[in-house]
Design a protein around this ligand. Structure first.
Ligand code: SAM
Length: 214
């Protein structure tokens, strides 16, 4: 599996423009196959998103690497992920940042990810079963927030849980045809600037208790 992982980094990430050495190294280190169900372990290093049950997916390796690169993580950062899914992105975050919090709305996925993270040496990632639209107010503020499901509009509560100087990376859009990967930077004065990166296709961020009414 390690050879497949190194090949994934060479052919899918470096050849598509992922450059940060620390991101490439994290993608070399984390055993992606350990975060997918047994039935698809053999395909874990393919250049695609894959179903992990409960309507969720583990994102394509390139997208995980791109979002991680856009986050521009520092070793002292506290990071919030919305959409734990398999726990794979959380493990990558834990390679690069000090504190990682992750929220998952499907209880079974939260449990499975917690176990897989623990079993692979990432037990310090804190996983909560809950509604990502609420963020994790008790642990806020965060230097970085990453959303790995697509809300129609990036929730204001998550922007509020960023530090001044913080960054949020997320897909945004109400249909697969219109989703864009967005990067939001919050200045020291609280002013937020937004820029689009690339078109993406994520599973929708399902409305939890805190989502605004449609
Ligand atoms: C593309 S998958 C996540 C991939 C994940 N980051 C990984 O590394 O495997 C999106 C996840 O977001 C979760 N999700 C959707 N809506 C949510 C919400 N309102 N709050 C928290 N999690 C949510 C889904 O259940 C799913 O597990």
């Amino acid at each position: 599996m390690q050879e497949l992982r190194l090949e994934m980094v060479r052919t899918q990430l470096q050849m598509q423009g992922i450059k940060k050495p620390e991101v490439l190294e994290a993608m070399r280190r984390v055993p992606r196959h350990a975060f997918v169900p047994d039935a698809i372990k053999a395909y874990a290093y393919r250049d695609q998103a894959m179903p992990i049950g409960y309507g969720a997916t583990i994102s394509q390796p390139y997208i995980v690497a791109l979002m991680t690169e856009l986050l521009d993580l520092k070793p002292w950062h506290k990071v919030l992920e919305i959409g734990t899914g398999s726990g794979y992105q959380a493990a990558i975050l834990a390679e690069l940042a000090r504190d990682v919090y992750s929220v998952e709305i499907v209880e079974e996925l939260a449990k499975r990810a917690r176990n897989d993270l623990e079993a692979n040496g990432y037990g310090r990632v804190q996983v909560r079963h809950g509604d990502g639209y609420l963020g994790w107010p008790e642990a806020a503020p965060f230097h970085r927030v990453v959303i790995t499901a697509a809300p129609p509009v990036i929730p204001q509560a998550l922007v509020e849980q960023l530090t001044g100087g913080g960054r949020l990376v997320a897909p945004e859009g109400d249909s697969p045809q219109t989703q864009q990967l967005m990067v939001l930077d919050k200045g020291a004065d609280g002013k937020v600037t937004r820029r689009g990166s690339i078109p993406v296709i994520f599973v929708p961020m399902v409305p939890g208790s805190a989502a605004p009414a449609p």
